[in-house]
Design a protein around this ligand. Structure first.
Ligand code: CP
Length: 307
């Protein structure tokens, strides 16, 4: 039995196979509509979510399966003090696979050690968000045609933004990847990513504070919101929240084929006047998130669909 806790749990070859499957699902959805008949997905969300939880549910329903779960810690027995370890033992009796989001880093990993069903990390604190990474990889591969030889700008809250941490971990395994890390000083990438991932893997990267100094060099601009819920005090959040606002004027500085991604939700870091620019692909990204989660469910449940 396999879990998905970190993007590194899959080799590059396994990731390619998963993305191929997701693409087949995109173009031949009918082939998969009964693949999970009789199977149940539990969504255990101890933190708010719109996209991740609903895209998992949409994915399982599109595969012919069923879903159950909770969408906040308050509406589960966590509010009475039940541990993640105990909860996952119950859920293993109710479902065939589960997706867990938790504010504590490592909670899905702990759950996986006690689980008798596959556990998917749907975001743990400021740590990792591997299924967002699968979504991002599918978006880039589908729209750029490759995952190598790209200059990728990561902009915003690189300290607390778990999607950024997971994406860097995944992309350093492809050749010719360069990063431009665009953030205020206070929200720079953590050392455990800079040193242990970027430096250790000899990845070319530079750190800048102004988006205008980098945007012209980029193939991909990955915008992120400032993660209010991870700040220790509101004053710091208010001071930093408007550090970057991508608007139509700044887009004139970018290459004509640069893509703008965002894991969403956005607050105000991308102005709505960018939405109609054909390079803005963050809503397409949401759709890819469903296909890739369908592929992940099939892979972890070891369900093969033949022509
Ligand atoms: N991208 C993402 O994780 O969105 P949600 O928080 O809405 O799930």
């Amino acid at each position: 039995m396999r879990h998905l806790i970190s993007p590194l749990d899959f080799t590059v070859q396994e990731l390619d196979e998963l993305l191929n499957l997701a693409t087949d699902i995109e173009f031949h959805p009918d082939k998969y509509k009964n693949a999970c008949n009789g199977k149940k997905l539990a969504t255990l969300f101890y933190e708010p979510s719109t996209r991740t939880r609903l895209s998992f549910e949409s994915a399982m329903l599109s595969l012919g399966g069923n879903v159950l779960g909770f969408s906040s810690a308050d509406s589960s027995s966590a509010a009475k003090g039940e541990s993640v370890s105990d909860t996952i033992r119950m859920i293993s009796c109710y479902a065939d696979i589960c997706a867990m989001r938790h504010p504590k880093e490592g909670a899905p990993l702990v759950a996986s050690t006690k689980s008798s069903i596959p556990v998917i990390n749907a975001g743990d604190g400021g740590h990792q968000h591997p299924t967002q990474t699968l979504t991002d990889l599918m978006t880039i591969r589908s729209l750029k045609g490759r995952l190598d030889d790209l200059v990728i700008g990561l902009c915003g809250d690189l300290k607390f933004g778990r999607t950024v941490h997971s994406l860097i971990n995944a992309l350093v395994r492809y050749k010719g990847i360069k990063f431009v890390l665009i953030s205020p000083k206070e929200l720079r990438i953590p050392d455990y990513i800079r040193q242990d991932v970027l430096v250790k893997n000899n990845i070319e990267f530079r750190e800048v504070e102004r988006l205008e100094d980098a945007i012209a060099d980029l193939d991909i601009l990955y915008m992120t919101r400032v993660q209010r819920e991870r700040f220790f005090n509101e004053e710091d959040y208010i001071r930093l929240k408007d550090s970057y606002i991508l608007n139509a004027e700044k887009m004139t500085l970018a290459n004509k084929d640069m893509l703008v991604l965002h894991p969403l939700p956005r607050v105000n870091e991308i102005s709505v006047d960018v939405d109609d620019d054909e390079r803005a692909v963050y809503f397409k990204q949401v759709q890819y998130g469903v296909y890739v989660r369908m592929a992940l469910i099939l892979t972890l449940l070891e369900i093969n669909v033949t022509d």
